[in-house]
Design a protein around this ligand. Structure first.
Ligand code: AMP
Length: 415
């Protein structure tokens, strides 16, 4: 099909195409991020296909068609590429070869290069440091001996992470002592047999683990940046994020930090998006230390949980902005319309949500992802709580009776 309205090839690179409504957007990955992207795209008149192995996955419930196939199924990837005018990945752990197949047979504006960088922590840290954004000291770790050397150099505590495949705090060990280091399972040190080289020859970056110096942060923030293939860049207001057990629990906006710190975070995030030649969305997670400095933590080349607040609190959501960037439309300049607290609904929260929902006020905006099974720690949905003042939004969140007695003290900087 060809509903794309293409600009003259001499005017733009092959990366920059304009896809008008009616065009078909293919989503590689059918989880909640795909679902919310599809809902935004549908509102604008686009048609949606999704590729995901799970029948009736969150995105398939709102898409025109699902290709039910594994993320390593090359034939299905080719079919998605050929059938769709534009394809996007909604999570970064898709097989790199699959993304390359789509790039060859169709139009993948995010590109496979961004995926290759963001699915491997060592590559990611090198790329961000090269962009001039502060990154905490880190060492590649292949063996137990490497780990001992890294601990000696970086000091304790130290955070050991798998370079690939980790999410929501999985594949991470906070090491407070050498005894903690000894408890790291043997198997993770030999993980690099399965590592896919990312196409470049830099084997120094191919290790199963990375050890990083602990950052004594007072706050965690994230910025979602949108960038078009033409190079236009727009970022959303930074979110102040609260994690527990490695899982994002709450995002608070406006973040309760000095303007200067927020500007620094936003600039750092935009600089990374430009340096990586990111197209679509790039979420940049950062730590803030007591002296007001901002340190890089990690990237996601897609919509991000910490950007869900934009759905109800901004003039344009991250999902609409994603669609705009992918389809070559002009990026919106998102304005924050209301203070907001986003709270994640995990499997263990769902019964209380269902019990109290009928009495929730209208300013508690519910989003559920349509997942059949509610397991503890599984992200089932979120709520955006709006109020004229942030303290009122936090108070309103307490009255929803889902997250227990909430203690969310504002971050304290040293000066
Ligand atoms: P990540 O998956 O890298 O975002 O890590 C999950 C959570 O672990 C972060 O949100 C932090 O709360 C914590 N964490 C990760 N890396 C570090 C670090 N280098 N220093 C301190 N805390 C960290």
């Amino acid at each position: 099909m060809n509903t794309a309205h293409s600009l003259a090839p001499s005017q733009v690179s092959n990366k920059a195409r304009v896809l008008l409504p009616g065009a078909r957007l293919g989503l590689l990955g059918g989880g909640q991020l795909g679902r919310m992207t599809a809902l935004a795209a549908r509102a604008m008149g686009y048609r949606i296909w999704t590729l995901d192995p799970q029948p009736d996955c969150p995105c398939a419930q709102v898409a025109d068609h699902q290709l039910q196939a594994s993320f390593a199924d090359d034939a299905a990837a080719r079919e998605l590429a050929r059938a769709c005018d534009v394809v996007a990945y909604e999570f970064e752990n898709v097989d790199l070869r699959l993304a390359q197949t789509i790039e060859q047979h169709g139009y993948l504006p995010q590109g496979s290069h961004l995926l290759a960088v963001t699915q491997q922590r060592l590559r990611e840290k090198h790329a961000v440091a090269a962009a001039g954004v502060p990154v905490t000291a880190f060492r590649a770790v292949r063996t137990r001996r490497d780990l001992a050397a890294a601990l000696a150099e970086l000091g304790l505590p130290c955070v050991l992470k798998t370079t690939r495949g980790g999410y929501d705090g999985k594949g991470q060990w906070l090491l407070r002592s050498t005894a903690d280091a000894a408890r790291v399972p043997d198997a993770v040190f030999h993980g690099d047999a399965a590592v896919e080289p990312a196409g470049e020859s830099d084997t120094a970056l191919e290790a199963p683990l990375v050890a990083e110096a602990f950052v004594p942060f007072v706050a965690e923030v994230s910025v979602v940046v949108a960038r078009t293939a033409q190079g236009d860049v727009v970022s959303f207001p930074p979110a102040e994020n609260v994690h527990q057990d490695g899982i994002l629990r709450f995002s608070i906006v406006p973040a309760r930090l000095p303007q200067e710190v927020l500007r620094r975070a936003q600039k750092a995030a935009e600089r990374v998006a430009v340096a990586l030649d990111a197209v679509g969305l790039l979420a940049v997670e950062m730590f803030v230390t007591a002296d007001g400095r901002v340190w890089f933590n990690e990237l996601a080349p897609r919509p991000h949980n910490s950007g869900h607040y934009t759905q109800d609190a901004c003039s344009t959501s991250q999902f609409e902005q994603f669609v705009r960037a992918l389809c070559g439309l002009r990026l919106a300049s998102p304005r924050l319309l209301s203070p907001v607290v986003m709270a994640n609904i995990l499997g263990e929260h769902l019964p209380a949500v269902m019990r109290h929902l009928p009495a929730w006020p209208g300013d508690a905006k519910l989003h559920l992802y349509g997942k059949a099974e509610a397991k503890p720690g599984r992200k089932m949905g979120h709520v955006n709580v709006l109020a004229p003042r942030l303290e009122e939004a936090l108070e309103l969140l307490r009255t929803l009776q889902v997250w227990g007695p909430l203690d969310l003290p504002a971050p304290r900087l040293s000066s």
